[in-house]
Design a protein around this ligand. Sequence first.
Ligand code: CP
Length: 310
Amino acid sequence: MFNLKNILGTKCLSKEDIITILDTADSFKEISTRPIKKVPTLRGKTVINLFFEPSTRTRTSFEIAGKRLSADVINISEYTSSSVKGENLIDTALNLEAMHPDIMVVRHSLSGIAEMLSQYVECPIINAGDGYHEHPTQALLDLQTIREAKGTLMGLNVVIVGDIAHSRVVRSNIYAMKTMGMHVKLIGPPTMIPLEIEKMGVSVGYNLEDSIKGMDVIMMLRLQKERQSKYLLPSIREYSNLYCLTSQLLEKAKDDVLIFHPGPVNRGIEISLDVMKSERSFILTQVTNGVAIRMALMYLLLVNKNDNNN
Ligand code: CP
């Protein structure tokens, strides 16, 4: 039984919740391979995508997911909304809710905004990435992709490499991976690894070559140039020399290691082009699975809502 009203983060997902979401996503994957990629499951439902930060993968996959389930999907960006006239986000959400949507999907640069909005509106909220806080649907699609490739999650070793401090993807993955019994190691420059992050049940290292040995999954992160203070790194080239995953480094890893990146990729900065194109790279499979995960979440939240109304 799936009892959640909102998807605000993976911190509040139980192991059973995650398994239900992944199993449901698995069952939805096939719809996207049909000649006519549409089922009537959410006919008559309305999904509002409220994206106040740029996005290619997340926004598009939520839209495709909603449309493949026959929901009506409305996209709103910061620049086309009345926020440019000074309307605050709570008022925007309350006004949108007055039009009776069934789900609001929210991306915003402010950490905690999805949870805050969930206290003002009645309809379910899905967090599509809030500041440095969480990006739960990214972590869920990562888990689905790993489970699909490895057949299990329990006991797998994952190293996440790069700009840990600025990454909401890392936080959501740590919570979800620990819940699923996985071992997580974080690698990056010391200035980009928060103090005491080990309290989240992870280990920390600083050397990429040493850390990829024996790993089942290597997850490279984007160097978030737009969120950098110039004091964190001597230069992008220095970062790349130490933390770019190259095919030469990949020779130190297990033959069946999976390479992940949430995107968007800075080619040649955190990952080389040949590694991106290698058969170990699951970067585009992650994107494919993002549609199924978002279909699953909309389905589970709205079925649950219907059950509560009965
Ligand atoms: N992974 C991810 O969140 O990508 P977008 O910023 O393109 O949505």
